[in-house]
Structure formats: structure tokens, C-alpha cells
Design a protein around this ligand. Structure first.
Ligand code: 3H9
Length: 653
């Protein structure tokens, strides 16, 4: 029989007595207005045609339904609404089964929940990730999921926004069955349901759960919420499902969804969502074929090099680690194996995958083995002579088409490149520590970098599962340059009268996991000290300079590792140190500064402005491609709270 077109994106096919409805709205089958209209038409068709005894809903391509169309948020509503369709599915007189071929997320999962049966294909995924967008499910998810799988499980799933795979979905009772091709199981299932009483999720009682289990699940979610509203609202709605009837629960859910959808928090998180999708897109690379990378050389297997090695091994690369001596090579190998082992213990890596990773790893003191590498990343001491010396040596070892990447944080990669035989193959790959965990990688497009080389480095970072941000050459690239401006402003305020602990508390109340002075102590003060000493001769003598950090370093207060820095850590906790207070007061007195009071609001406003101003300069200089890239760098590398959208987003509001 010919295909039926219910709308531009929803089609139907009659399979004997079953209407098979397919949603085809690339790229993710989002529930745009035409999909909702098509689904309504399809249900009308199935309701009126007597020969149809049941309906199966599936998605075309690799996704079932990616959720509500986020691009419609903030636009005038278009009928029919998703809750209306979902209610209609649940109350439909004929059985409706979801053949979940791929990700069923947000509104997509809510459609599946309202169906009378759910079959998970092998690529299926079920999730309600709304909290990640600063909202709660708005089409019944908080009311139907607990009815189907229980309160603690629903709190975990909705509160975390995580996606479950078919086996777990089956175990939870979220899916009724699994099949390689979900249609193969959905069609017979819907036929067996015809004429039988249907299991309507919204009519089920919420299974009785132990209060302790509900409390534990709630605590786990709230402890990670860091000042965001959505997770707590989601928990409240789910918990209320146990004593509310469906209608009351749905009304409360809808009102909460609409309120949160229009909040700053949701606008910020949606900005971050779309920013991540734009990141790494570089116009000048359109149509450029990336250099192929399969074997990665890593020179230096300290903390950074070992982290990069683990990231590469776990994503399928062959890795050749290089050290200066056999003994150091053995230690490097042990360090890498140790990180892999920890991942096995924490169940993030299967034991078989660890063995596979180790089989692809060589660590050697023989640099000539790098002849086999497609890409060599240096993770050696951050010194210009050390790095240039290494790259010059590599010129005589690696293939002509191999890429050389520097992981420098502060040196000028153009200088390193200029001293090599082929500057066009040099690129920056600035990882953040620990490199196997931190998502951010600044991919530095140097003056001479060839497009194929940049595209190769970018593709490599993406395959590592990282969030690559392309940037030009400048001292500290995007992140450390903004961090320096932010730090300078914080130090100005301290010299003018704020206490470091007040600055930190204001930042932490804003949503940073740690204030800037505590972060400096954690990272260690010596690297920035060395840089200030290097720059002393070229510093503008008229520019304001704060000596306090130098005085701390001179007194051996190099941060947390030393037990003292901006704070005292001798008790194991960070504590205000009267010696630091005295040092700050002496610095003020030396400059005749009369300290004044700062409000927390002024502190945060000035720090945000310092970041945004530096970001604007980076854009003007062409160092950053787009302002949302700057937001992502600060969120993923420097603890800027995602639910505030980043410094550029926040400055634009
Ligand atoms: C919701 O459902 C609310 C309901 O409870 C209540 C409603 C009343 N809408 O990520 P990708 C775009 S809230 C519009 O690279 P992947 C994306 O911007 C929603 N557009 O693909 C990108 O565009 P471009 C709950 C969307 O294969 C392109 O699709 N759902 C949406 O790596 C490809 O995206 C979610 O939060 C959307 N919903 O991953 C799920 N989703 O090509 C959000 C994506 O122009 N989506 N786009 O850059 C995802 O997690 C991933 O996109 C997904 C596919 C896993 C589906």
C-alpha cells in the first residue's frame, strides 16, 4: 500500500491491520509543530478506519524522537500542544506501541511513556534530560515515569537527566522488550493487545517505595544541583506524584515547566546547548580533508601526558609514549596503566577494553619510534628552548606529513613553529588537567598551520570526546588570558578593601565551585609568579601592579601543596590566615590606599565585566571565532557556572 502523508514529516503505512507511523524530521526528529500536526492526523486516521486495530510509532533514521523542538521555545505556541497529543495517545481506544529505534529523549520519551507498550531496539536510549536545559519535563514525564518505574528510580533518571540503554530500560520496566529491530517485536505486540484492556501508564498507581530510598535519591540529586532550580523542582513534582491524582500532577508540572522555560537559567543552559553544537565549526575548513590520525606519539608521560594517552587509548588510538630514560618510560607506562585501572574500578571502563588499550600502548625511551606516528603531542616542561629543541629533533624523525602539536599553556606556538623545518604542520592542542577527564581542548590555529593539519587536530580532539575550541595565538590563548584579567580585577579589589575570602564567597554564591583565590592556591602560585618575573622588564611601568601574590610566593606560600597560599591549609581545611590579612594591609598602607567596603554584588559584577571585556578584546583581535566559544571555555575549563551561560552570555542580558 502507498505511504500516507500526515504532514511534511509524519508518514504512515498500513501493515495488514496496523498503522505504522514514522516521524522523519532530521536531524533529531524533534517534535516541531508539523510533527505534532502529523501525529494528530495519524491518530485521527487510526481512530476513524475500522480496519486498523492498533498503531506503532517509530522514528526514521538513527533517532526515535530527540524531544521538543528547542528552537520553538520563546515563540508563540502552535496547536496542537505536546501534552494534548500525549493525553490522546494514552487514552486512545486502540493500542499504541512505541518502536524505539534510537534516542527517545524529553518529549520523545514522554510519548513513549504514554504508549501502551514500548519495545527497545538495540540502539534505543531513554532519557528525560530537561534539567540539563534548566527545565522540567513538561508533557507528563514527572508523573508517568514514577508510575512506571517507581519514585527513587524516577528521581535518579529525571534529576540527573541521564540516558539509559536498552538492558537497563528493560530492568527498570521502562521497556517491555528488546529486539534488534524494534518493529519486528512491536507489530506482533500491538496485535496481541487489540481488543484487550490496555495498560495506561497514567492510570497506574505509583509503586510504594521505601522513604529511605526516596531520600537517598533526592539527596544525591540536590547535592549536585549547585544553585539550579530545575533539579529541585523535578524532584518535588515526581515525589508529589505519589499522592496527587494524574490531573493535579500534570497541571502542576505544566505550570512549573512554563515558568522555568521562561527563566534566565533555562535561557543560559539552552545557550550552552547550542554553543556546544557550534563549537569546533570553522568556516575556512569547509571541504578540507583532515589529516588522518591513527597513531599518536606523546612526548612526556607525566600527569598531563599520561592523561592525554588515556584519552587517546580509550577512543581507539595507538599510542607511543616517549620518555628520556628507560626508567622514566616504565614509570610513564605504570602511570597510564594506573589511570586505566582506576577507570575499571569505577566501572567507567570494561576490563576487556583496558586490556585492549594496553595492547595499543608502547612507552619507550627511543624517540625514533615516533617515525610511526601520525601526530606527536609534546607534553614536556613549558620552556621555549625545551619545546623548540624537541620539535627540531622530531623534524628528523617523524614522517613529512605527521602533525606536531604543542600542549603549551603560555608560550608562543608561532615561535616554536618558526624554528622547525615545517611550520605548517605545527598546531596547538592545549589540554586541561586531568586530560582524560576535562572536556575542554583549545585547538590553536598558528600563523602557518595548514588547513588539513588544523582539521586533523580538530577531528582528533572530537574523536577523543572532547569539546574543542579553535583559537588564534595570544598569550594564554582564550582561557588563561581571560583568567589573567579576572584575577587582576580580583586582586585590585582586594587591594582596595575586599578580603580574598569575601571575593571567593561571592563567586561561590554566584555558582563557581571555588573562588579565584582558592583556585590559585589549588593550582599553585609559582607558575604565574615565574611568568610575572619573565614579563617584569616589558611591563608598562604606569599600569597598576599588585605585589601581594609576589610577597606570598617570596614567603614560600606557594599554595595548597605548600600548605599555605592565600589561605592556610594546616588544618586540612582552607582557613583565613591573619598573616595574609596583615600582608594585604601592609600593601595598602604602602600605597596609601584607604580600604573601602565592597558588596558581594559589586564584586561579582566587576569580575564578570573584566571577563567579558577581555572576551570582547579576543573577538576583536580575531583570536576567538565566536562569543559562545568564549563562554564554553570559561564553563568547561574554569568553573564558570553553566546555568549562568558564561561571561559573554551574561554580559549580553
Ligand atoms: C523537551 O522535550 C521538553 C518536553 O518535556 C516538554 C515539551 C512540552 N530541538 O547534538 P547534535 C539540533 S526539551 C531542536 O549534534 P547528535 C542541534 O542543535 C528537549 N534542535 O546531534 C544540531 O543542530 P545543528 C529535550 C535540536 O546526533 C542538530 O540537531 N531533549 C534538538 O550528536 C544535531 O544535534 C533534549 O534535551 C532539539 N530538541 O545528538 C535532547 N536537539 O546541526 C537534546 C538537537 O544546526 N538533543 N538539535 O548544529 C540531544 O541531546 C542530541 O542532539 C541528540 C543527538 C542526542 C538527540
Amino acid at each position: 500500500m502507498d505511504a500516507l502523508a500526515f504532514s511534511t514529516s509524519v508518514s504512515g503505512k498500513i501493515e495488514d491491520d496496523v498503522l505504522l507511523v514514522s516521524i522523519d524530521n532530521p536531524p533529531v526528529n524533534a517534535l516541531s509543530a508539523h510533527v505534532r500536526q502529523g501525529l494528530t492526523e495519524a491518530l485521527d486516521h487510526a481512530a476513524t478506519l475500522e480496519a486498523i486495530t492498533g498503531v506503532v510509532i517509530t522514528g526514521a533514521g538513527r533517532i526515535f524522537i530527540g524531544g521538543a523542538d528547542i528552537t520553538e521555545f520563546g515563540k508563540p505556541p502552535v496547536e496542537p500542544s505536546l501534552p494534548e497529543i500525549i493525553e490522546r495517545i494514552e487514552n486512545f481506544a486502540k493500542p499504541v506501541v512505541a518502536a524505539v529505534n534510537g534516542a527517545a529523549l524529553g518529549g520523545g520519551c514522554e510519548i513513549a511513556l504514554a504508549c501502551h507498550g514500548r519495545i527497545a531496539g538495540e540502539k534505543a536510549g531513554f532519557g528525560l534530560p530537561e534539567v540539563k536545559l534548566g527545565i522540567v519535563p513538561g508533557a507528563g514525564g514527572t508523573q508517568r515515569l514514577p508510575r512506571l518505574i517507581g519514585l527513587p528510580q524516577a528521581i535518579d533518571l529525571i534529576g540527573s537527566g541521564r540516558t539509559v540503554k536498552p538492558a537497563e530500560a528493560l530492568e527498570l520496566g521502562l521497556a517491555d522488550d528488546m529486539a534488534a529491530d524494534p518493529l519486528d517485536a512491536a507489530l506482533p505486540l500491538v496485535r496481541t493487545m487489540a481488543g484487550q484492556p490496555l495498560r495506561r501508564t497514567g492510570m497506574l498507581p505509583v509503586p510504594v517505595a521505601e522513604q529511605a530510598a526516596v531520600d537517598t535519591a533526592t539527596r544525591k540529586i540536590l547535592s549536585k544541583a549547585r544553585g539550579q532550580a530545575a533539579p529541585a523542582e523535578a524532584v518535588r513534582l515526581i515525589t508529589a506524584a505519589a499522592h496527587n491524582n494524574l490531573e493535579t500532577g500534570l497541571t502542576d508540572e505544566r505550570a512549573t515547566f512554563l515558568r522555568l522555560r521562561d527563566s534566565e537559567e533555562s535561557a543560559a543552559l539552552r545557550h550552552v546547548f547550542f554553543a556546544e553544537r557550534s563549537a569546533g565549526k570553522v568556516e575556512k575548513l569547509d571541504g578540507v580533508t583532515p589529516r588522518k590520525i591513527e597513531t599518536v606519539g606523546i612526548v612526556g608521560t607525566g600527569l598531563m601526558g599520561a592523561g592525554i594517552a588515556v584519552a587517546a587509548l580509550t577512543t581507539g588510538y595507538r599510542v607511543i609514549g616517549v620518555e628520556q630514560t628507560n626508567e622514566a618510560a616504565e614509570q610513564g607506562r605504570e602511570r597510564i596503566a594506573g589511570i586505566l585501572e582506576k577507570s575499571v574500578q569505577s566501572k567507567r571502563l570494561a576490563p576487556a577494553m583496558r586490556d585492549d588499550c594496553l595492547a595499543r600502548l608502547t612507552v619507550t625511551a627511543d624517540t625514533s619510534e615516533l617515525a610511526a606516528a601520525d601526530l606527536v603531542i609534546e607534553a614536556v616542561f613549558d620552556d621555549l628552548d625545551v619545546k623548540t629543541g624537541l620539535f627540531q629533533k622530531l623534524d628528523g624523525i617523524v614522517r613529512k606529513d605527521a602533525i606536531l602539536a604543542t600542549n603549551t599553556s603560555y608560550l608562543d606556538p608561532d615561535l616554536i613553529a618558526a624554528r622547525t623545518a615545517r611550520p605548517e604542520r605545527v598546531v596547538g592542542l592545549h589540554f586541561f588537567s586531568p586530560a582524560h577527564i576535562m572536556r575542554l581542548v583549545e585547538v590553536v590555529d598558528c600563523k602557518a598551520t595548514e588547513p588539513q593539519v588544523l582539521a586533523g587536530a580538530l577531528a582528533f580532539a572530537k574523536r577523543l570526546g572532547k569539546l574543542p575550541i579553535v583559537c588564534g595565538v595570544t598569550e594564554g590563548f582564550i582561557g588563561n588570558r581571560i583568567f589573567s584579567a579576572y584575577r587582576r580585577e580580583a586582586e585590585f579589589m582586594v587591594e582596595d578593601g575586599a578580603a580574598p575570602e569575601q571575593v571567593d564567597a561571592a563567586l561561590e554564591a554566584y555558582g563557581f565551585p571555588m573562588g579565584i583565590f582558592a583556585v590559585n592556591d589549588m593550582a599553585g602560585l609559582e607558575i604565574a609568579w615565574a611568568r610575572r618575573k619573565r614579563q617584569a622588564a616589558s611591563r608598562d611601568p604606569d599600569a597598576r601592579y599588585i605585589e601581594t601574590a609576589d610577597r606570598l610566593c617570596e614567603a614560600g606560600r606557594l599554595g595548597r601543596k605548600a600548605g599555605r597560599g592565600w589561605y592556610d591549609y594546616s588544618s586540612g581545611e582552607r582557613a583565613v590566615d591573619p598573616q595574609v590579612t596583615a600582608l594585604i594591609e601592609a600593601a595598602r598602607a604602602a600605597k596609601n590606599i584607604v580600604p573601602r567596603a565592597f558588596t558581594d554584588e559589586e564584586i561579582v559584577t566587576r569580575l564578570l565585566k573584566a571577563m567579558a571585556d577581555e572576551g570582547a578584546a579576543l573577538l576583536a583581535e580575531g583570536i576567538a571565532i565566536r562569543s559562545s566559544d568564549i563562554d564554553l571555555v570559561m564553563i568547561n575549563g574554569y568553573g564558570f557556572p553553566a546555568h549562568k551561560g558564561g561571561p559573554m552570555f551574561s554580559a549580553s542580558r
